[in-house]
Ligand binder design. Sequence first.
Ligand code: NAD
Length: 474
Amino acid sequence: MSWPIYRSAYIDAAFVPVHGGELQVILHPVTGAPMAEVMMAGPEEVDLAVQAAARAQREPALQDRARRIEMLRSLQASVLSHEAAIRESVIEEYGAPLARASWVGRYASDCFGHAADLLRDHPFRRTQGSTEVWMEPVGVSALLVPWNSIAGTMCSKLASALAAGCASVIKPSEFSPWQTQAVAVALHEAGLPPGIFNIVSGSGTQVGQALCTHPAVSKVSFTGSTATGKLIARAGVETMKRVSLALGGKSATIVLDDADLATALPMAIAVAFMNNGQACVAGSRLLVPRSRLDEIEEQVRHIVDGLVVGNPRDPATGLGPLASQAQYERVQQFIRRGQAEGARLLIGGEGHPAGLEHGWFVRPTVFADVANDMDIARQEIFGPVLCLIAYDDDQDAVRIANDSPYGLQAYVFSAQAERARRMAGQLQVGSVLINRIAPDLMAPFGGVKQSGVGREFGAAGIDAFLEPKTVVTI
Ligand code: NAD
């Protein structure tokens, strides 16, 4: 059998062979069989890419708002025309169900459209009394991307950096060469001037570290785990890089005692198992009123029992396989730990679902009788494992929700929007979604506590690539 070997970086608007030498095999999430190999780039390619970006940073096209809007529109159109190829790569390499994979292709293109819309009126000249504040591009930016959201994060970060006037080097996860290639081809066909964006895939310790310590890189925009985020913040301090960190989460979904369960619980399960459970914003702790615990347990069990787990290509499938064997094993380990900690399996458990013994399929799992100090309630499991936690009253719900090292997002369901808004005011998180699970992609997104530093998306996302220069005159 043979499979493709991905061995190029994208530097100065050309696909060039990499010399890193280390090969990594990618296994198919549905079958577990080898499907591709990727040759990792190394510091040599990082240096070439950073130099290309540094040259492009002086490009007149990057200084001009109208030209940047044109480039964003070209990227939007090109990515849209490659929607099918991106969707295929997301299904095959990542195991995302068809609906999710289809959304990814469109979303990746929309990122550029949103940035172009915002850029028309973005204020680069501001005033403070009689003082002028010029918002200037921070300079060459490193954009670090996790495996659980390759196309979306490559495009959202590139869109914000370009809107702000920054040339960039994108470092996608080394575990996603097919998705990276599909996006890179789409971006290339937009025909931007050389060096404005470059793409180098490779390991975090080689390529990631080289980028985060490179003296010509001014800004690091990182999305990934909290553990790696800390390494990146430390690595960047030597050259005082500006660092934005979008990190992990253990988000709470709070169902208030007046909520319509028939609406709230399907949404709560959907947001817990979103992206096959591999989402930073997964609502992996479901906080429910003790007074309604029995009926909620019964309904949650029923909804999860009805979830179709299987081939991601089948439109009926709600849950595909996890992305890798490492993810599969991590989830199994947490399911065992939850049982050892005394939580009760409401549904699911260890092992593969019946009939899906190959690949990285897991059983959607809900634990009841969870105490918020158990590991399964505190750590990011990153798979379809939901913790059901009972609370006594609204204050108890807030206390439990906030008792977490993380603070990315929270969801509140209530029949009274004002009551939910009052609760939102007490939650220590970057975003609260009330009676919905779809975010507003033009609004600031990011976390507090160990979920990150800084904000992405919308105008806040553009500002994250700008530095204020204050000009005081008589
Ligand atoms: P990860 O931290 O292992 O890797 C993320 C990126 O950093 C990859 O490109 C990786 O190669 C690189 N990297 C790894 N070690 C590095 C180092 N020492 N120096 C520089 N770069 C390094 O994360 P992951 O496993 O790819 O992604 C999953 C995590 O990302 C989860 O914790 C999830 O919650 C988080 N995430 C957060 C958001 C958000 O917006 N807050 C969105 C998606 C994913």
